[in-house]
Design a protein around this ligand. Sequence first.
Ligand code: FEO
Length: 172
Amino acid sequence: MLSKTMATALNGQVNVELQSAYQYLAMSAFFESTDLKGFAHWMRIQYQEERAHALKMYDFIHDRDGEVLLLPVAAPVTKWDSATATFAAALANERNNSAKIDELCELAMAEKDHASLAFLQWFVTEQVEEESVARDLLRKLEMVAESNAGLFMMDQELAARPMPPEAAAPTP
Ligand code: FEO
């Protein structure tokens, strides 16, 4: 069974993941509005991944006989000056998420909660990947410096991002 402290912290992370999902959805809408459909597609998958992360944590709280308490999700930022600025914000978001997961691991260690620590390792590994991908795309955007040709090529590349099975929307 989860301690109250651990349950509160995990509920906080459900909120962080949902907030992150909402932010990526706003980024997807921003790219739709600027006719960069491939970028919009990439951000929409990112939204679905974050939603899946929230649900993974939600299920774990229930599995450990904890109480899920859903918190308010704030309105996201909706406009950026450029595609580069959007990805800089995405990378900052992932770095923030990584720091939150690290804090949860430290709490699990302090509480000698081995089940939570083992569960959180999946998120530790996932964050390495998430930061790496966001950083690579930001560097590419800095290289093309918002040129039309560069953005067009990247848009085609991002349009090909496949949907990871864990992020697929649950069937009704
Ligand atoms: Fe679920 Fe990208 O952090």
